[in-house]
Write a protein that binds this ligand. Sequence first.
Ligand SMILES: [Zn+2]
Length: 351
Amino acid sequence: MLANTDIAELLAREAESAGGILSRAFRRAARSAFLWPEEVGDVLAQNRSLTELRAIGPFIEKQIRHWIDKPSRSTHRAPVIRRDFISLAKARHLLARQPAWTKNLRGDLQMHSRWSDGSGTIAEMADAATKRSYEYIAITDHSKGLKIAGGIDEHELERQGAEIAKLNTSLRKSAGNLAILRSIEMNLNPRGEGDMSRESLSALDVVLGSFHSSLRKVEDQTDRYLAALRNPHIQILGHPRGRIYNFRLGLSADWPRVFAEATRLDKALEVDCYPDRQDLNVKLLKIAREHGTRISLGTDAHHPWQLEFIELGLGAALKAKIPADRIVNFMPILNLKTWINRVRERAARKQ
Ligand SMILES: [Zn+2]
């Protein structure tokens, strides 16, 4: 039986040969396949219509049924630009067999709000997190260098901090036990340098650093990663490869060296759980496991409902057999803060 990831690949191929509107519909369906909550095979087995699933209309349903009824002999291995992405259906299947894994999850460490390019207010993101029984979320809006995504400067970051403090006060009076962490997704240049002042960063609970430029370089980028990890102001490196499904391959590096350096500095590399990103991917997570590297899970949500993307990252980490004590989101908030402080003190001593 074809899995949703196989169907995604067939849809992506169909998009390449079709034209115009049809091509766009297939492309949209291919990307959506990673978010279908159930395997297509299971939906069909229950005599339900595939049009229940996102981005499937009657025409595409007919096409998918045809692929399932007459499976092609040739194996369709996805090209690298579409390889090693897992589907929500698969992630849920993996997680259902290991319920403790989901129970371990205490929070989400990358999301955007209206302060930069997100659609929700911080209060709305917090509401969505409370519904998931989280203990903490980090608000990681873009920093000023990324103008295209509405990056914020030091002054706005400070005003955002006041808003978060107010929300935390009212959260403490409410029934839930959510805390909102002050953070930022700081834009890093290819030399691993950030774009925010040391003072404004030191007021934050945690700092994520990410590359958003020169992401199509084909030469080895190990030095860029080592420099970013050695940046004393960051504790987590966001969406490390910079890959995007069917759009950008992402950077390459001597990954064992990168993970070894992260472990030496006790910093975390992220699994950005956004369906199109899934970055780190399972293959690299296995190398991270060998080096005992800490892993941070962040949805990169730009809307409150997107907090559900976390399952893609949880599933990938489980598939790669990352030990639970290496996943920073499994730490209670006090341990998380202790870890961050320790990383900061070490970095300060070296300055
Ligand atoms: Zn980013």
